[in-house]
Design a protein around this ligand. Structure first.
Ligand SMILES: [Zn+2]
Length: 83
């Protein structure tokens, strides 16, 4: 299995990120993808806090529940707009 994620895979796994369900290596692959994929980074740039959380959560074991819940609500709202 490649260590790289493609755009669709990354998008599919955004919520897993938030739930901290991704294995560390997948998390690292996703970060690597963002680093070289302007479209994905641009999309997530609208959620700067989200990007910041990804970076934090990939390097720490804990996430504040309240912040995570708010992000999940926002992202799911965005997702529903996409149809
Ligand atoms: Zn991408």
């Amino acid at each position: 299995m490649s260590a790289e994620l493609d755009c669709a895979e990354l998008e599919r796994r955004l919520f897993e990120f938030l739930d901290q369900e991704l294995p560390e290596q997948v998390c690292a692959a996703a970060r690597a993808h963002l680093a070289h994929c302007p479209p994905c980074e641009g999309r997530l740039a609208h959620e700067e806090h989200f990007l910041a959380r990804i970076r934090q959560w990939c390097t720490s074991d804990t996430a504040p529940d309240g912040v995570r819940e708010r992000l999940l609500i926002r992202l799911r709202r965005l997702d529903s707009h996409r149809g």
